[in-house]
Design a protein. Structure first.
Length: 326
């Protein structure tokens, strides 16, 4: 499959190494070895396997995959996505795979001793020295542009994943719509320039809030636990009790709780309750919905009971939490 877009404009006989798809699944060719990929997960969720462990990715989320990435999807539930396939040379001619893999654009890391650091720690160590970072990295345009490569080269497996707030999701969604429109309609002779700028903005979104992308992640060794978590995330507004889960996954209570206790140190229902409260906190921080509506969205029809459970975990009611954090 050729991941290119050909020009339809009169007098522009060319093609660019950018290709856009809107899909109701994550395709097998997501692991194409000739392109990088930016994936926006609009709806649903899927579970991936990394180093014999499992991670649930739920919308809204974004992924950055380089040409070496091997995204192993073991389960998917109504996953709708937008994917931009591109080659890094589209951002800048110098960004060939050979140049990137030669570490040529990581020269700024020599400003500090990173010999004992790897991955994210190496980058954090490098940028913590403001003087050297400014002198070595920002003084040259090409190294400045190389910042866009960060989410594609810093992860050992070539896969960067981050959850999105509703504002971040809306920002990226609008940009992907613009990319899709320009690639499809090509309304004037500047469509290629706009696509390049839109793509840079999308990529930079994952870097703009640098530490936000590296919150504690839930990665599970037990596939049963990962499957239950994925199911619960997709049905959190519904009534989920132990009997529903035992029937859905054909296990008994002892098996399910033993798996969760080994993985997360609590019973299955305790974990689900914590999941609901963590989501409630995020909604209270980011959304202006009434508290009762937030409770309903996470499975608590009784507002008084929602407030009681929230206070048990957080030490204050949802109203008090919102007032303090507003």
């Amino acid at each position: 499959m050729d991941f290119i877009t050909k020009s339809k404009r009169p007098g522009m006989d060319c093609s660019i190494d950018v290709y856009f798809e809107r899909l109701n699944e994550i395709p097998a060719y997501i692991n194409d070895k000739t392109t990088w990929k930016m994936v926006l997960l609009d709806r649903g969720s899927f579970t991936i396997e990394q180093n014999n462990k499992f991670r649930v990715i739920k919308a809204p989320a974004a992924l950055a995959l380089n040409e070496k990435a091997n995204l192993k999807i073991v389960a998917s539930d109504k996953a709708k996505s937008r994917i931009i396939f591109f080659k890094p040379t589209f951002l800048r001619d110098e960004f060939t795979y050979e140049a990137i893999n030669s570490m040529r654009y990581e020269k700024f890391l020599s400003a500090v001793d990173n010999s004992e650091k790897t991955g994210f720690d190496k980058y954090i160590s490098a940028i913590s020295d403001d003087v050297n970072f400014e002198r070595i990295f920002l003084e040259k345009t090409i190294y400045h542009d190389a910042l866009y490569l960060l989410n594609f080269i810093m992860f050992e497996e070539g896969i960067g994943i981050w959850e999105l707030t509703s504002q971040e999701y809306e920002f990226i969604r609008r940009l992907t719509i613009s990319v899709e429109y320009d690639l499809t309609e090509q309304p004037d002779n500047f469509w290629i320039l706009r696509v390049r700028h839109f793509l840079k903005d999308i990529i930079f979104m994952g870097i703009a809030d640098f530490y936000h992308n590296y919150r504690e992640e839930e990665i599970f060794s037990d596939y049963l636990v990962a499957s239950v978590v994925q199911y619960c995330r997709e049905n959190l507004a519904s009534k989920i009790d132990l009997s529903v889960l035992l029937k859905e996954f054909s296990v008994n209570k002892n098996q399910l709780n033993a798996a969760f206790d080994k993985e997360v140190g609590m019973t299955c229902m305790e974990y689900i309750e914590r999941m609901r409260i963590n989501l409630a906190k995020r909604m209270l921080d980011e959304e202006s919905w009434p508290i009762g509506e937030i409770g309903e969205k996470i499975g608590y029809e009784d507002n008084n009971y929602f407030s009681k459970v929230f206070k048990k975990h957080i030490g204050m009611t949802p109203s008090e939490y919102r007032q303090i954090n507003s």
